[in-house]
Design a protein around this ligand. Structure first.
Ligand SMILES: *Cc1c(COP(=O)(O)O)cnc(C)c1O
Length: 431
């Protein structure tokens, strides 16, 4: 399969080229040039790596990585992704937080790292992966590349704007992972990374790549857990699965839309946002107005300019078509708190603030008379956000073993001013 930019569609590249480049040369995002016309035969009850290899085979067709797809999936995607019932028969949770850093970003970061490791040639210079993170991506990417020969990770996070445990995790890797706490916002961190990529002299001195949520290498593997969940749902319930997905940069939800486009039995896809309501406003008014991000309790979704929207709009340029694909609802901090306070008694699950946004959106639909069951996507483990969750639930939240192991390590992040020059100086100092 070949891939083209959302902007200039004349230049088609291979999957490997699209993975390596991250962004297309014209600044657009890569999408398949042609969509597979039929769904491959999928082993619905096989483990996720096997199902993912079958699902992604058409996208790897004719690429140098094609022969290694099965081993990439085995290495990266052997993580549990169960759909679990709750005490309410109308609400299920798709738990995506059983990986090493306790958030769904592990699936995609590990997949991207497995691809990059196989694309590397022995005499290649060390590759620096630059990541700006609103909290979870940086940890997942650091874990996926930690101690991988030939790679170095540089993580930038907004100081004071991630949860204390996220901050600890981000600084706890060491070795080939370098973590900086930036005196600024997530948008500042993203702008610094962009400026580094635009700096030809820097890139000539130091090969750079990125692992942010616009990478095809993150989008593709995320389709696999929606495929697994929806196929099994169809077998048990005899109808398509409806998902509500906590949304920031729109990477996770877009993967669900793409899985449905491939023919998987997925019904409604609803985006749950926090007070950063650019997407609900777009669907409501038809106008796209990016805004500076607002800090909320669901900090991994504090995004004012959702980067994957460009892909969704390229696929569905007409607003009526877009509305037929997705709907979106914004949830306030007060509502997030209320869900976190009540979810244990009502559903039998303690949830993170992002998952709480999805649950609140389900509750609204049910209050409005909807009787269909919904799957809310649980994007992170509540223990990762203990400082927000524990005051709501009134007791400590047990920490999963992989997260506990990371939290035991010492943690260290260097301070950094929020300027392109500060990042450049730090990168030169690493050489
Ligand atoms: C990143 C993240 C989100 C938002 O996902 P997008 O793909 O950016 O829309 C939601 N919840 C958690 C816990 C996250 O880490």
């Amino acid at each position: 399969m070949r891939f083209v930019s959302t902007r200039e569609s004349s230049l088609a590249v291979s999957l490997s080229e699209a993975l390596t480049a991250g962004l297309a040369p014209d600044g657009g995002l890569y999408l398949p040039q042609q969509w597979p016309t039929a769904l491959p035969d999928l082993p619905a009850s096989a483990p996720l790596p096997e199902l993912a290899a079958a699902l992604l085979a058409p996208f790897f067709d004719e690429d140098p990585l094609a022969g290694q797809l099965a081993s990439i999936c085995t290495e990266a995607l052997a993580l549990p992704a169960p759909v679990v019932p709750t005490r309410d028969p109308g609400l299920y949770l798709l738990e995506l937080f059983h990986g090493p850093t306790a958030a769904f970003k592990d699936f995609a970061a590990r997949f991207l790292a497995a691809c990059f490791a196989r694309l590397r040639r022995p005499d290649d210079a060390e590759l620096t992966i630059l990541v700006a993170t609103s909290g979870d991506t940086g940890g997942a990417v650091a874990a996926a590349f930690h101690r991988r020969p030939g790679f170095r990770v540089v993580v930038l996070y907004p100081d004071g704007k991630v949860s204390p445990r996220q901050a600890h995790q981000l600084g706890a890797f060491g070795d080939n992972v370098h973590t900086y706490r930036v005196a600024g916002t997530f948008d500042d961190c993203q702008a610094m990374v962009k400026a580094a990529f635009a700096d030809e002299a820097l890139r000539a001195a130091m090969p750079l790549s990125s692992a942010n949520s616009i990478s095809l290498g993150r989008l593709l593997p995320q389709m696999s857990y929606y495929a697994a969940a929806s196929l099994r749902w169809q077998i048990v319930h005899g109808r398509p699965a409806n998902f509500v997905i906590p949304t920031g940069n729109l990477g996770n939800a877009l993967a669900c839309v793409l899985a449905r486009r491939l023919g998987l039995p997925i019904g409604d896809v609803v985006l749950a946002t926090n007070a950063n309501r650019v997407l609900p406003d777009l669907l409501h008014t038809g106008e796209y107005r990016p805004k500076p991000s607002i800090a909320t309790l669901a900090n991994a979704m504090d995004v004012g300019v959702p980067s994957n929207l460009e892909r969704l709009r390229a696929l569905y340029p007409d607003i009526a078509d877009l509305r037929a694909q997705v709907s979106a609802d914004s949830v306030s901090d007060d509502e997030l708190r209320a869900v976190m306070q009540t979810s244990e008694a009502r559903y039998g699950h303690v949830v993170c603030p992002h998952t709480a946004a999805a649950i609140r959106v389900v509750e609204r639909r049910r209050d409005a008379g909807c009787e269909r069951p919904w799957i809310a996507v649980a994007t992170a483990h509540p223990a990762k956000f203990d400082s927000v969750v524990e005051p709501c639930v009134g007791h400590p939240v047990p920490v999963p073993p992989a997260l506990a192991e990371i939290l035991q390590r010492p943690s260290q992040a260097q301070p950094m001013a929020s300027t392109a020059d500060a990042l450049k100086a730090a990168l030169h100092a690493l050489r």
